[in-house]
Design a protein around this ligand. Sequence first.
Ligand code: GLP
Length: 233
Amino acid sequence: MKVITIKNQEEGGKLVFALLKEKLAAGAKTLGLATGSTPLTFYKEIVNSQLDLSELTSINLDEYVGLSASNPQSYAYFMQQHFFAAKPFKNSFLPNGMAADLQAETQRYEELIAKYPIDFQILGIGRNGHIGFNEPGTAFDSTTHVVDLSPSTIEANSRFFDKPEDVPTQAISMGIASIMKSKTIVLMAYGEEKADAVNRMVNGPITEDLPASILQKHPDVVVVVDEAAASKL
Ligand code: GLP
């Protein structure tokens, strides 16, 4: 696990953009993408660049159950707004949170990941150490699955919704095993409220209680943190 500390989120976005360009030059074809505020500066770098992604594929980590792509709180909408509208891929996949058969949807998604192996996976981290929506306690061998969101995640996400009852309580997420298949993983974390999770991910035991700790076992992980998120390392 390589940890790089940078001054702030702006610098982080630039650094990860440089890493991406290196991997694209080396032949990367499929990008694994994340939502949340963390990757936004990275996406901005891409959107403002000359990069042409029209021959590449993107696969997102997760989506809320019950929100359609036209709902402004859905991750499909977020991706469209912050990334895809300006820089379309050849194919962009997200789990379908409106699928009538959610189990079948998780299977379809796992098959997609097998068909388009992820070369470069972007991750943020939750305050409780979750990656994607893999909450503490998720099995390390999990594949794409339906998740009951933890109270702390629901609370953290409620800032984006008008009413508490609008906040989804379930999501479809790539599993830990699906994420670990990615060739390169870049996890970004910014801000003091991530410092604890970052420290446990890097220095703590590898345990399902802290899902991101599994990354210690991956052969090509870069962790990009600002000084606040690195403050407990
Ligand atoms: C959500 C997403 C994660 C993201 C996390 C942190 O739970 N499913 O993929 O990493 O939030 O969000 P933020 O980057 O806004 O701190």
